[in-house]
Design a protein. Sequence first.
Length: 647
Amino acid sequence: MENNNNSNNSRRWLRYLPYLLIPIILLAAIWMYTDSSTSDTKSYYEIIELFENDEIQEYTLNLSSGSLVYKLKDDSANLTYQYDVPNVSLFLEDVHEIAKTNGVEYNYDAGSSSSWLTSMLPSIIMTVVLLVLMYYMFRRMNNSIMSETNRTIGFGKARVKGKDDKHKTTFDDVAGADEEKEELSELVEFLKNPKKFQELGARIPKGVLLVGPPGTGKTLLAKAVAGEADVPFFSISGSDFVEMYVGVGASRVRDLFQQAKKESPSIIFIDEIDAVGRHRGAGMGGGHDEREQTLNQMLVEMDGFGVNDGVIVIAATNRPDILDPALLRPGRFDRQVTVGYPDINGRTAILRVHSKGKPLAPDVELEKIAQQTVGFTGADLENLLNEAALLAARRGYRAITMAEIEEAAVKVMVGTEKRSHKISDEDKKLTAYHEAGHAVATFYLPTQDPVRQVSIIPRGMAGGYTMSVPTEDKLYKSKNGMLEELVVLLGGRVAESIVFGDISTGASNDLERASDIARQMVTKYGMSDELGPIVFGSGNDEVFLGRDYSSVRNYSETVAAKIDSVVGEIITNAYNRCTVILKTHMDKLTEVAEYLIKNEKIGEKDFADLMEGKMSAESNKIEGSVNAESPAKPDGSDETANDLGEV
Ligand code: ADP
Ligand code: MG
Ligand code: ZN
């Protein structure tokens, strides 16, 4: 690839050769044409003969150029002929006396070369035109060759998108997303006044990773941080790097960071970082490809600038799971902000923002639209209002009515992913109790981290999620902790069974994880009393094929059966323990579930308040019950995320 570049360039010149020849040939042709057009085809003797036979009526001779213009006597058309006299003095000698005696009208044009100029004028113009044409052609050729070299050899200037537009984006433009804004406001403070932080020796994160599905406002948030702090915003997309020749991506990264440093405090925004930040060596063929070089350069740059240089790198992705772990190390993107689907209040706020400048009919209730659009992102909602406006315009209305909005909602839902499936109230209720089961179990188990957020807004493959965050770093998990983790994982299934007397497919992911943990406790950590502290199977995690394929069985069938029965026992015990907890706290389970049905989401503080009886499910933010059909994943499967990273 690299070696070919040089010969490629010289061959490219050859390719342009025909274009070079065209003007030269044209020029030659025109010279020949202009030459023949001005000279008479007659010979000198024929001209002299005309004079001798007294056939010339009048003539004009330019004495310097020798251009002879004459008229013939018996010529009804009265044409003018032209002849270039090769030797003026000889000609005069030959004809002057004859002309005088024959009474021919003659005129000698002394010296002025005006006739010569006029005769040359067309060719001069043509030459100039051709030269201009050639100049442009060369320039274009040059340009294309230059850009080629740009790409290959890499005068790689970072293509920095609009540092600042006329309209500054601020946090006011980002509706809902209060938690996200709060997490980012620290960055704003720092960018506004880096000195203050530097003097106190406070360490501000160099890199912040915005994680969330497309259209949830990651780019918007990053811009808003820059707008709030009033600092330059340098943005580049990871996908820009993908189709590049070797070395260019890296040099663009270098350039980008250089520019940002020059104008610090500033923000670098790397959109779609997963396009470059993919796990190294995970690509086809492995080795050092362009992407890897770009990523390495990114890491080098991030390590290269000091903690408080005033440049903050914000990156966005919807695939944090495939990112190279090196990116997430301390001093790089060590801070993650999850940008989730907006809840019902968020959706109302977003609709309010985007309905500005769109006249709404009195029958339009934004809260009602928000209720009906579970699982819509900010981008979806913006799209929805736009579609509605288009519909209203087509119908010749002066304002958007509820009818247009409802039609547009269907259009957007069909147009976007199938995730916006409509599901029934029962499914919503089921998800709510399921998640409440996880959350309530978590609350009553001392080893478990506090619940950070519970949501029944469908997310990716999950119908809902319960997220808990560790309060402190833990190096090891205790046996007790793992057992209680099992109880939490089973919470969803147990709640379903208690409340509905029936169970659903929604817990499959939970059960899978619970089984894994139980099995690992027995075979990997030697935590069961029956089998003792023995490791079964050589579980070598570093093997290429992946964990599951690599464990080799080094025990007998009887032991295998024993392992299975012990694993089963652990799960059953956890299930029973969970049943006791949830039955004892049935009131809390119901309260949390009811709250979720109405609000779709519950945060850390509200959850704690609810559990401690400081708040009742009735005192929630939205009045009235939700009877709108709400979209969600059809299988209502679910996940329990145990730390911030998981989505
Ligand atoms: P992402 O980068 O996460 O894919 P964007 O930031 O590009 O999403 O959002 C796309 C558009 O959706 C934005 O330009 C904005 O108009 C709208 N949008 C998304 N989230 C919000 C929000 N919270 N408030 C207002 N508008 C939003
Ligand atoms: Mg974006
Ligand atoms: Zn679950």
